[in-house]
Design a binder for this molecule. Sequence first.
Ligand SMILES: CC(C)(COP(=O)(O)OP(=O)(O)OC[C@H]1O[C@@H](n2cnc3c(N)ncnc32)[C@H](O)[C@@H]1OP(=O)(O)O)[C@@H](O)C(=O)NCCC(=O)NCCS
Length: 175
Amino acid sequence: MQIRPFRPGDEPALFAVFHSAVHGLASTNYTPEQIQAWAPQDLDRNIWGKRMQDIQPFVVEASDEIAAYADVQPSGYIDHFFVAAAYARRGVGSMLMAHIHIVAREQDIPALTSDVSRTAQPFFEKFDFVIVEQRLPVIRGVPIPNALMRKELTPLPSIERASPGKPGITSHVKR
Ligand SMILES: CC(C)(COP(=O)(O)OP(=O)(O)OC[C@H]1O[C@@H](n2cnc3c(N)ncnc32)[C@H](O)[C@@H]1OP(=O)(O)O)[C@@H](O)C(=O)NCCC(=O)NCCS
């Protein structure tokens, strides 16, 4: 598996990952009505595509398909974090989260935050995020509880930063 940046054309595969994660994994913690409202199969693909282009996620590629994706915004906000059901509990999410930490530290982002589903809260806790606030967003008319979680980041020691002309920490990521 390898992590690479988003590429135009990834949008349909990312929708498949999102749909699989919500219907195949988050369905343990939410009702069928909540799952349907969160990830409807007929979600407008133009709106979806624009969203992916806006958030520019990192993508985990398995041999011939995308297994997971997640983003980190310049503010430190993680907007999407989804692993396809077939790849769950195999360390894919951990690999992606480790990558996001490296990118955030390289960009001097002081803290990571996310609105985290009930399903993902134990995973985020494992990475030392703490719950700041319980939330109840309404998506397509249905309340879907989650929690704002946050993690303060320690800055990178200067020796680990890339010098001019030298490859950065994320240079292993194939573009
Ligand atoms: C949460 C999610 C991203 C985790 O991805 P993953 O690839 O399965 O995570 P990993 O295999 O790296 O798990 C690492 C550890 O996190 C914890 N963890 C992961 N999923 C868990 C779950 N469903 N319940 C409890 N702990 C969990 C475990 O401690 C796990 O270690 P273990 O497998 O050795 O016990 C994935 O389950 C997912 O996409 N969920 C549905 C969508 C979702 O809610 N996304 C987040 C929106 S904010």
